[in-house]
Ligand binder design. Structure first.
Ligand code: CAO
Length: 440
């Protein structure tokens, strides 16, 4: 045995590159060709193999260091048995370089012995500020090339959860892609949902309890179901309930009926609610917004395109009425009638359903006292309308019959605080109670 200093060999065109993994520590035993460290430049990642067999006595680099040719990496108390041949190999040992984007075929390398892999220390986060994603601790018992590790880091894939299909269980780029795909399907409600951390509902043979019949879900339900599931899982929902006194609004609506008939439209409370909602959105712009993909910014929209949930024989569809702030009641009624008819006839174009900044789900024509609508991501809030009914309301000296419409607003709690939520519903109720305020 003799202590051998291992310095970084020629690594090609790079003067100085980042150390992204240190896979050995003092006391580890290594074989010839075992990876000691992983380096990463802006173009490639490379594993630096050991030229010696022996025991690591000192490690002189850390994650985040920059190293170049000739820099000391570690000292190894090397076994003499290779003699000169070993020395020669040391001189010849070149790093294994793989350009990240091209993902070339992986050269076969011996799989790590689990016991040895478990001895390895976990690397600290890279100095680049990158998170130590993927639990890519060296202690994890998987084997992957630097290019595959870099690919997994880029996609945020946890390699410790990827099944390797390469020689001796080595993880390939395709394995990572397959893993990402199954996680995504899980998030969208597919069979891999359990992989996303959600316990699956066990399959039940209902025939044991009585007769059954299997029916295909309509195509639209299948599509909207996946979207609703993703919204439900991704958004921390809060639903705020309130009542609006729409006695005056409805008296006005009824007085406008003859004129509406002349215009060829059917005037329902919904169009008034759309105008009131826009006024409330102007007062509380965070409700007319989307969260940026990284969750760090709010993208506030200066347009007011309202998605309206429409009940169709095939399932729920949400066409969008654009620029509600710029349109009058009759124009909105005409558009609503046209879009809901198109939805029921299955004739909506993808464009008819794009670009909403806020949505309304009106069940008021059907019934119900309250419900909790699901936020239609990437929007951050949705208004649900229930059936207005005459109720006795205390006016300070007596009960008065008033037309009261229950409504609810579900919102993304990452964007809207509870206090803001109730301020919004209070303001909306005020606008609906006295629609003259919409003129101000
Ligand atoms: N309270 C009391 N009555 C109401 C009301 C309310 N909140 N909203 C509507 N009405 C009345 C209307 O005035 C109309 O009565 P008249 O014919 O006497 O005037 C009747 O109910 C039917 O209205 P409507 O439903 O045809 O029209 P609308 O403008 O209110 O709604 C539309 C249009 C397309 C939104 C609606 O037809 C629809 O599809 N609603 C279901 C939406 C849905 O499924 N949401 C759930 C999504 S989550 O699964």
């Amino acid at each position: 045995m003799a202590i051998k200093q291992f310095n970084l060999p020629d690594i090609g065109d790079f003067d100085s590159v980042d150390v992204i993994e240190v896979l050995v520590s003092e006391g580890d035993t290594v074989d010839v060709d075992d990876t000691l460290i992983t380096l990463e430049s802006d173009k490639a990642a490379m594993e630096i193999p050991s030229p010696f067999k022996g025991k690591v006595t000192r490690v002189t680099v850390s994650v985040g260091d920059k190293v170049g040719e000739g820099d000391p990496i570690c000292e190894i108390d090397a076994e003499e048995e290779g003699g000169e041949a070993e020395e020669e190999k040391a001189a010849q040992t070149q790093p294994e370089e793989k350009p990240e984007e091209k993902a070339p075929a992986e050269p076969e390398k011996p799989a790590e012995a689990p016991a040895k892999a478990a001895e390895r220390p976990a690397p600290a986060p890279a100095a680049t500020g990158e998170k130590p994603v993927n639990a890519q601790a060296a202690g994890a018992q998987y084997h992957a090339s630097p290019s595959v590790r870099a690919f997994a880091r880029k996609l945020g894939a946890d390699l410790s959860r990827v099944q390797g299909s390469g020689p001796k269980g080595r993880i390939t780029r395709e394995d990572v892609e397959g893993h990402i795909k199954s996680v995504m399907q899980g998030a969208a409600g597919g069979p891999a949902a359990a992989g996303a951390g959600i316990p699956p509902i066990p399959e039940v043979d209902f025939a044991q309890f009585g007769d059954t019949e299997e029916q295909d879900l309509p195509r639209i339900k299948k599509i909207s179901g996946k979207h609703l599931h993703a919204c439900w899982l991704n958004i921390p929902h809060v639903t705020q309930f309130d009542d609006a006194d729409i006695t005056e609004l409805d008296a006005f609506r009824k007085s406008m009926k003859p004129r509406a008939e002349k215009e060829g439209v059917k005037l329902t409370p919904l169009v008034f609610v759309m105008k009131a909602a826009v006024a409330a959105l102007k007062a509380f712009p965070q409700f007319n917004a989307s969260l940026s993909a990284d969750g760090e910014k709010l993208i506030v929209k200066k347009y007011f395109h309202i998605g309206i949930a429409v009940d169709t024989p095939n399932g729920l569809m949400v066409p969008v009425v654009r620029d509600v702030d710029q349109k009058g009641i009759f124009e909105l009624s005409a558009e609503l009638m046209e879009l809901s008819q198109k939805a029921r006839d299955g004739k909506l174009s993808p464009n008819d359903m794009k670009g909403a900044s806020f949505s309304i789900s009106s069940l008021g024509g059907i019934g119900g006292t309250q419900f909790t609508p699901i936020v239609n991501a990437p929007e951050v809030a949705i208004l649900g309308l229930s059936k207005a009914e005459m109720k006795p309301v205390w006016n300070g000296s007596e009960f008065e019959p008033r037309l009261v419409m229950p409504f609810s607003v579900s919102y993304d709690h990452r964007v809207v605080d509870g206090a803001e939520g109730v301020r919004f519903t209070t303001q909306l109720a005020e606008y609906l109670t006295d629609i003259r305020q919409l003129l101000l």
